[in-house]
Design a protein around this ligand. Structure first.
Ligand code: FBP
Length: 265
């Protein structure tokens, strides 16, 4: 396990990753609400908010835009990812290597593992190579721990999410990014199963400010180390406001009402 506290991925031991790989994973539909969110420059500008500890992007976006932002944004290289244009059992292509990500300026690595997919074995073996290469370059590894596929009947069940977090620990991820399992108690169990692997909550589809900040607060109170969020930030007309609120909840242990006040300021 590589402690993340002394890496750019964390601030005071807490993590706020802005995820922006949706153009690949979901396509242009995620940019419909706020058309300027299709422009990577807009999201890189958002990622300069002091609450954001890393911006997670795919290779093409990193190559094209990171050189202009390397002084202001920490880069997390999301190594694998696929479109949803194809059909079949859950799988994900590895699009760049740890070595190349390092060359482009990345300081952390992200990798999706679909535990329960018929492709889990290959994905875990690819993760082995990624994790060991990341160790060589002293880069922390975040696993998008998403149980999905034929072996998984219900990917929102708390036991399944706890299993995914445990899998992240066993395979050597420093951080497990998991879906919120529905309650604070269930999240506590997930955090317990992850042991020394830090757990962060995955943002999900857009919610109201209060709903979203309440879920993040519950996750933090359950022992989560932070959040990786995409749509709940870039699908807002004013992404800075919600980041102001998230900064309060994640780094300042503020209440939801205090965070909402900060988000309105
Ligand atoms: P969101 O906060 O928008 O859910 O982003 C997190 C993320 O993991 C992205 O990195 C990824 O593109 C997306 O969710 C995948 O969403 P899903 O596979 O659940 O549709």
């Amino acid at each position: 396990m590589r402690p993340i506290d002394d890496t750019p991925l964390a601030r005071d031991g807490k993590v706020l990753i802005l995820a922006y790989d949706h153009g690949l994973e979901h396509g242009p539909v995620d940019f419909t609400d706020v058309p300027e969110s299709a422009n990577p420059e807009h999201v890189f500008d958002v990622a300069t908010h002091p609450a954001v500890t890393s911006l997670a992007v795919q290779k093409g976006i990193a190559e094209a835009y990171y050189p202009s932002y390397e002084d202001d944004v920490n880069l997390l290289a999301k190594l694998n990812g696929t479109s949803n244009l194809w059909m079949g059992e859950y799988d994900s292509a590895v699009n760049w290597s740890v070595e190349y990500a390092k060359e482009v300026g990345a300081e952390a690595i992200g990798y999706t593992l679909y535990g329960g997919s018929n492709h889990e074995i290959e994905m875990a073996e690819e993760f082995r190579d990624v994790q060991e290469a990341a160790r060589e370059h002293d880069m922390p590894v975040v696993m998008w721990a998403y149980p999905r596929g034929q072996g998984v009947k219900n990917d929102t069940k708390s036991d399944v999410i706890a299993y995914a977090a445990r899998q992240a620990l066993e395979l050597g991820a420093d951080v497990a990014k998991v879906k919120y399992p529905g309650s604070q108690d269930a999240m506590e169990h997930v955090v317990e199963m992850a042991a020394r692997t830090k757990v962060i909550m995955s943002g999900g589809s857009k919610q109201s400010d209060r709903e979203f900040l309440t879920t993040v607060k519950d996750a933090m109170d359950a022992g989560a180390a932070g959040l990786a969020v995409g749509r709940n930030v870039f699908q807002r007309e004013n992404p800075t406001q919600i980041l102001d609120g998230l900064e309060q909840v994640i780094f300042e242990e503020a209440t939801v009402d205090e965070a909402l006040e900060a988000a309105d300021a």
